[in-house]
Design a protein. Structure first.
Length: 81
């Protein structure tokens, strides 16, 4: 599943991801399991309320690499086409 991050349209980061969730543009959200829960919990709650599937199987480093950025990513939202 993480391979979709390289090719799909996405937003990286908490603010942009929460905005995409709010605007119903996100189809799936990835939350790094090693990120600060104070950051990821509100995003997870937003996803649950919106019925958006959440993946929590990856580290910040893995998400960053999958998105082809040089730093870790705590939240990544895959957008609708």
């Amino acid at each position: 599943m993480i391979s979709e991050l390289a090719s799909q349209e996405k937003v990286i980061g908490v603010k942009q991801s929460r905005k995409a969730i709010r605007e119903s543009r996100a189809t799936r959200v990835y939350l790094a399991f090693d990120a600060d829960p104070a950051i990821t919990e509100p995003v997870a709650e937003s996803c649950q309320a919106a019925g958006i599937p959440v993946e929590t199987d990856y580290t910040m480093t893995q998400l960053g690499q999958a998105c082809r950025i040089t730093v870790g990513a705590s939240v990544v939202a895959v957008l609708k086409n």
